[in-house]
Write a protein that binds this ligand. Structure first.
Ligand SMILES: Nc1nc2c(c(=O)[nH]1)N[C@H]1C(S)=C(S)[C@@H](COP(=O)(O)OP(=O)(O)OC[C@H]3O[C@@H](n4cnc5c(=O)[nH]c(N)nc54)[C@H](O)[C@@H]3O)O[C@H]1N2
Ligand SMILES: Nc1nc2c(c(=O)[nH]1)N[C@H]1C(S)=C(S)[C@@H](COP(=O)(O)OP(=O)(O)OC[C@H]3O[C@@H](n4cnc5c(=O)[nH]c(N)nc54)[C@H](O)[C@@H]3O)O[C@H]1N2
Ligand code: SF4
Ligand SMILES: [Mo]
Length: 730
């Protein structure tokens, strides 16, 4: 049969690279980059090129599964699964009320643009605030800090006219995430550096990105808050900040200056074990700009139990250096399939950013601008009482592999009345679920890039460098004889069975405040009509986007408007709570390295990402597992020698919480005293009996949710965990 080729876009990660899919006899056989898309220029990565294998893999679930009394799984028609799940939810709601029913949206909850909106509509209809996402175990400080600073009603400066970039603990050349545009970042960086762009990276490891940087600072992990405070101190002291912007739109500079006083470059250099002059150089280079933003990634957000303070100080840095678009400037990416960014040169005043809504029963937490704490879900399941979570619906995430404190998570999931996992494989979480719902995969569903329009508003240094948009039809039908369902259709099906009325909101920048429109519950909605509803406020109509099957850049002539007359509000760089927290950091600052490396746990495990995996995604695909069969514990060669281990040896990595096994890897570019491992590998069922390193363990087992955590988001320390490392015993 003839091979046909259809343009689409990749949904293995959030970058949405335009692709061409070869289909033979209804089966996807090959994916390659689409050179007809100018912005991406044919870029794809090794993960995206495995989409055909992902769709046709023998391990893929083609039927939903129900756990049997003996612990095995048997196929169940999805309609029957929905009947049973809805009946159970109905009963739990009647007996215990809405707090007993929780949902979790993970990484792949974003693959289809209607999934998250439908999931939220269902939670709205049952009136449950128990809506958890991966955001609170990622970089939740970003959303919360924005609320504390106040929101500049125009985007931060963009990528293409940046003179400098400061990336703290992110590795966009591998992660294709924050710091560089999510568009062929290697090529973008090369061109930018040719025109004079200067990249600065702060990372304890010589990462792929650090290797390309003009300046690389290699500090101890967990010292980013003092480092940013020192950078701020230099900039304020040397009067290098943007005086005009600060005079017109910023408040609290004097308080900020007083708060950063203890963070002299010398004191911080001793703490972080770097050169004080380099801190000063970074401060001066960043301030000189004149354009370009500072961005933090997951590393520093997970390394110090204070992601909110870190992100707040970074916003302060971008703010006093005037790195927001001002009146008259062109909005580089106003969004396409969403309502455009407001684009006014004025500050919306700070809002309540945490501690509101339904209180959680642990650690004094409640809701926040990043949502309620996912790290608290296990406690909320295990703690008895009328507010206990009894049902969890998890979509596109993998709690067992990715949530911190794996042992507690496993205990909690096993004590639920019902765990529903939507997953194309029997993942670590699926293997503990009562029902595993088999979803359609990306190439079997239409999609549009609407959700990714939000990235420039998420934080400075995120998103595409241009207003790109793409719509794709379904490229193939699901495999013959399969019984798979789109995630949104599953949530709709539950709602219908529960007799609920759902309302959907067009995707806009106003989040939960926008108007929601009721949908007809008598029939399953037409997918295209859902898309129309979701894009009702779009700057570029969906129809227009559809006329560009290879995706396109939809430039706008939106320029930032002047501030409203008489508008008095300012961005607040002197938030009292944040500066009190900073004073605590100053008090704890000690330059004594011997207290840094404890005797029992002399090393620290830090996080990293692997090019051939997407969190726990990709572990079944041959090309990816062949390229990276293990999750190595990378260490400096001198550290390996000191513990009597060579490359490839099996080791045990123990934190106060647990032990994982791994294979030693050599990384001469890593700071001494560190173990660099990626997350979300392996399973929970104890690998301790398996030959060391065979499956590759999850670092989630090493962390603990209750010891050190961000007070506002609840995010525990997930990187920079004290450990010991020794040769494995078998
Ligand atoms: N290939 C691939 N791409 C991915 C993912 C994946 O799993 N694989 N995951 C996706 C997801 S969910 C996300 S959120 C993004 C994340 O994207 P990034 O935030 O860029 O993630 P990482 O590549 O892990 O980079 C974190 C860096 O922080 C450094 N680090 C660790 N501790 C510290 C510290 O205390 N201070 C400093 N300054 N640095 C530190 C690490 O050495 C590492 O280089 O990536 C996305 N992209
Ligand atoms: N120690 C440590 N822990 C971490 C991190 C770290 O750096 N270090 N990173 C954190 C971060 S940034 C994040 S975002 C979280 C991620 O946390 P999660 O989102 O909970 O974890 P993932 O592994 O991304 O889960 C993806 C799941 O979706 C399934 N899946 C794949 N394709 C599809 C699909 O098309 N449809 C559906 N429905 N499911 C699909 C996969 O099989 C997998 O089970 O982990 C966090 N945990
Ligand atoms: S970076 Fe790779 S996985 Fe992500 S969208 Fe592009 S091709 Fe797909
Ligand atoms: Mo993430």
């Amino acid at each position: 049969m003839a091979v046909t080729t259809t343009p689409s876009y990749c949904r293995f990660c959030h970058s949405c690279c335009p692709i061409l899919v070869d289909v033979d006899g209804g089966v996807p056989v090959k994916v390659r980059g689409d050179r007809d898309n100018e912005l991406f220029g044919g870029y794809t990565c090794v993960k995206g090129r495995q989409l055909p294998e992902q769709h046709t893999h023998p391990d893929r679930l083609l039927h939903s599964q129900k756990r049997q009394p003996n612990g095995t799984y048997a196929p169940i028609p999805v309609e029957q699964a929905m009947d049973e799940i809805a009946a159970k939810i109905g009963q739990v709601l009647a007996d215990h009320g809405p707090l007993a029913v929780a949902n979790y949206g993970g990484t792949y909850g974003q693959v289809h643009p209607a999934t998250a909106p439908m999931q939220i509509a269902l939670m709205n209809a049952i009136d449950s605030p128990r809506r958890f996402t991966a955001m609170t175990i990622d970089q939740p400080g970003k959303a919360i800090a924005k609320g504390l600073l106040g929101i500049w009603l125009a985007p931060p400066q963009g990528f293409d006219d940046a003179d400098v970039g400061l990336i703290i603990g992110a590795n966009p050349l591998v992660a294709v995430s924050g710091g560089l545009p999510n568009v062929n970042p290697r090529q973008w960086l090369k061109k930018a550096q040719q025109r004079g762009y200067r990249l600065m990276v702060i990372d304890p490891r010589v990462t792929e990105t650090a290797r390309k940087a003009d300046i690389h600072l290699q500090p101890r992990p967990g010292t980013d808050i003092p480092l940013v405070a020192a950078i701020l101190r230099v900039i304020i002291d040397e009067s290098l900040y943007d005086h005009d912007f600060v005079a017109s739109d910023v408040g609290g500079l004097d308080d900020l200056r007083r708060a950063v006083e203890p963070f002299t470059p010398e004191a911080v250099a001793a703490l972080a074990d770097v050169d004080a002059d380099e801190i000063v150089t970074i401060a001066r280079t960043f301030a000189a700009g004149p354009r370009g933003v500072a961005t933090a990634g997951t590393g520093p957000n997970m390394s110090a139990a204070a992601g909110t303070l870190l992100e707040y100080l970074l916003l302060c840095l971008n703010t006093i250096c005037g790195r927001w678009l001002t009146a008259g400037e062109k909005v580089w990416n106003p969004g396409t399939l969403v309502e455009p960014f407001p684009a006014m040169a004025m500050a919306f005043p700070p809002v309540t950013a945490y501690g509101f809504g339904q209180p959680l029963r642990v650690r004094g937490l409640a809701d926040s601008l990043a949502g309620p704490s996912t790290a608290a879900v296990a406690d909320e399941i295990l703690l008895d009482g009328p507010e206990r979570i009894r049902v969890l619906m998890s979509c596109g995430g993998n709690p067992v592999a990715a949530w911190p404190d794996q042992r507690k998570v496993v205990e909690a999931l096993d004590s639920l009345e019902m765990l529903v996992q939507i997953d194309p494989w029997m993942s670590a979480t699926a293997r503990r679920a009562d029902y595993v719902i088999a979803p359609k995969l990306s190439l079997e569903m239409p999609a549009m890039t609407s959700l990714f329009d939000m990235l420039p508003a998420y934080a400075p240094g995120f998103g595409w460098n241009k207003p790109h948009a793409q719509y794709t039809p379904a490229v193939v039908e699901p495999p013959e004889g399969s019984d798979v369902i789109a995630e949104w259709e599953f949530f709709f099906g539950l709602a219908r069975r529960l007799g609920l009325e759902l309302s959907l909101r067009p995707i806009d920048m106003n989040g939960p405040t926008g108007t929601a429109y009721p949908i007809d519950m008598s029939v399953t909605p037409d997918e295209e009509e859902l898309f129309e509803l979701l894009t009702a406020k779009a700057r570029v109509p969906l129809e227009t986007v559809k006329r560009h099957p290879h995706g396109a850049v939809f430039e706008s002539d939106i320029h930032v408007a002047e501030k409203d007359a008489g508008w008095e509000h300012r961005l607040d760089v002197g938030n009292a709570q944040m500066l009190t927290d900073l004073a605590d950091v100053a008090r704890e600052m000690t330059a004594d390295a011997s207290t840094w490396a404890g005797a029992d746990y002399p090393f620290r495990v830090i996080s990293r990402r692997m090019f051939t995996r997407y969190n726990s995604g990709g572990h079944t695909l041959d090309a990816l597992t062949e390229a990276d069969p293990q999750n190595p514990a990378y260490m400096h060669p001198d550290d390996l020698a000191a513990i009597g281990v060579v490359d490839g040896d099996a080791v045990e990595v123990s934190s106060p919480r647990a032990t994982v096994r791994a294979v030693a890897g050599v990384d001469p570019g890593l700071r001494r005293g560190l173990v660099s491992m990626t997350h979300a590998w392996g399973d929970a069922d104890d690998l301790d009996d398996e030959p060391a390193g065979q499956a590759g363990a999850s670092t989630a087992r090493l962390s603990s949710v209750g010891d050190a955590y961000d007070r506002y988001s609840g995010q525990p320390v997930m990187s920079n965990i004290p450990v010991s490392v020794r040769p494995a015993r078998n």
